[in-house]
Design a protein around this ligand. Structure first.
Ligand code: GLY
Length: 367
């Protein structure tokens, strides 16, 4: 088992990574048991694919569980589902010391984390992520949220889990498109500050995508360790360090917004295209070599991820895309910080970006 600590003083916790861990989760959860059953929240797909394994391991450890099954999909990150979930948690008599379990992908993790942060002014919760994206990114670091009418993730809280259990074998049932989308966030860690890991991705990305167990576990452990290090330094994204994790997200946000935040462009696909655009834009500014920008695109393209407007299915003007960027929650004091790069593994936060220049760049990309 690989154990990655997330060091946050009294809010510190472990991320445990091991193939087959879901079948032994009951044992791992024993120290977290209270007199009440574990409430386990999941969506309808995970209820079929993963819940039987967790249920069996809880039973084997002599632990009781109360499952709550919600509809699958992004619309579940809503006020309506939050209200229904918090009502149910209160009805079940959940107390602050209880650990509510989020079993699933980013939607369930974000919703359950936020519900846990507000029920009885804060209950404990445990993440058991079952998608690549949630295993390498959203389950670690305590960002929790629901969507508002005005945009994605606009209502939420920083609220850390008490434990994260990752079983890479849960990815066996994940579709290839979702695996690819999650892989974009893996590559991101190499692009931020780890050139060697980017090279590892170039060599092993296709193996990982094909389900190679060793490649999968290595990528998850490296990603979680990278994220844990950044979160420990800048938990609430105030110093600029955690903002590095948003590489590709500003360009990606504009593409996702143009596609209506729908299945037409998954978040990870938007991030992949956004990272390729961030490197291309950095090259255009003369900050990064065009060889590096082309190398980033080549790898993302090689695993089937979009690397530009066309591949992302977006046909919008530079002005429209910049308009979407202005509604990004990362806007601060009327300006939009951009994550740009001086090379692979050398991402930095640029505060001097002229949006008219970005618009011109996007217009060129369109042609
Ligand atoms: N997904 C970016 C972050 O957790 O900060």
């Amino acid at each position: 088992m690989t154990i990655v600590p997330v060091s946050l003083g009294e809010r510190s916790y472990q991320v445990r990574i091991e193939p087959g861990l879901l079948d032994r989760a009951g044992e791992a959860l024993l120290p977290y048991a209270t007199k009440r059953p574990f409430v386990v929240v999941m969506d309808a797909n995970v209820a079929q694919a993963q819940w039987p394994r967790l249920a069996a391991s809880l039973e084997a450890a002599g632990l009781k569980a109360e499952p709550i099954v919600l509809p699958a999909g992004e619309p579940t990150k809503s006020w309506a589902q939050l209200e229904a979930l918090t009502d149910r948690l209160i009805e079940l008599g959940v107390e602050r010391k209880d650990h509510i379990i989020a079993l699933g992908g980013g939607v369930i993790g974000d919703l359950v984390g936020f519900a846990a942060s507000i029920v009885k002014r804060g209950c404990s919760f445990i993440q058991i992520p079952t998608t690549l994206l949630s295993q390498v990114d959203s389950s670690v670091g305590g960002k929790t949220a629901i969507n508002s009418r005005a945009g994605k993730n606009l209502i939420g809280a920083f609220y850390q889990p008490a434990l994260v259990l990752i079983d890479p074998n849960t990815l066996d049932t994940l579709g290839v498109r979702d695996t690819r989308a999650g892989y974009a966030e893996v590559v991101k860690y190499g692009l931020i500050d780890d050139f060697d890991f980017f090279e590892w991705c170039e060599t092993n990305g296709s193996k990982l995508m094909a389900g190679d167990a060793e490649a999968r576990s290595h990528a998850i452990a490296k990603s979680v360790a990278a994220k844990a290090g950044i979160v420990a330094e800048d938990e609430r994204e105030t110093s600029g360090r955690r903002a590095l994790l948003n590489l590709g997200h500003t360009f990606g946000h504009a593409l996702e917004a143009e596609m209506g935040f729908s299945d037409k462009l998954l978040h990870g696909e938007g991030v992949a295209a956004g990272m390729a655009l961030a490197f291309a834009y950095s090259a255009r500014r003369g900050e990064c070599s065009s060889q590096d920008a082309m190398r980033v695109s080549a790898h993302l393209r090689a695993v089937g991820l979009p690397t530009g407007l066309k591949e992302a299915g977006v046909d919008a003007s530079g002005a429209t895309l910049v308009e979407h960027m202005l509604h990004d929650k990362k806007m601060s004091g009327g300006t939009l910080p951009f994550l740009l790069a001086r090379g692979i593994g050398q991402t930095y936060l640029a505060k001097d970006v002229d949006l008219a220049d970005v618009e011109a760049f996007l217009e060129e990309q369109r042609g």
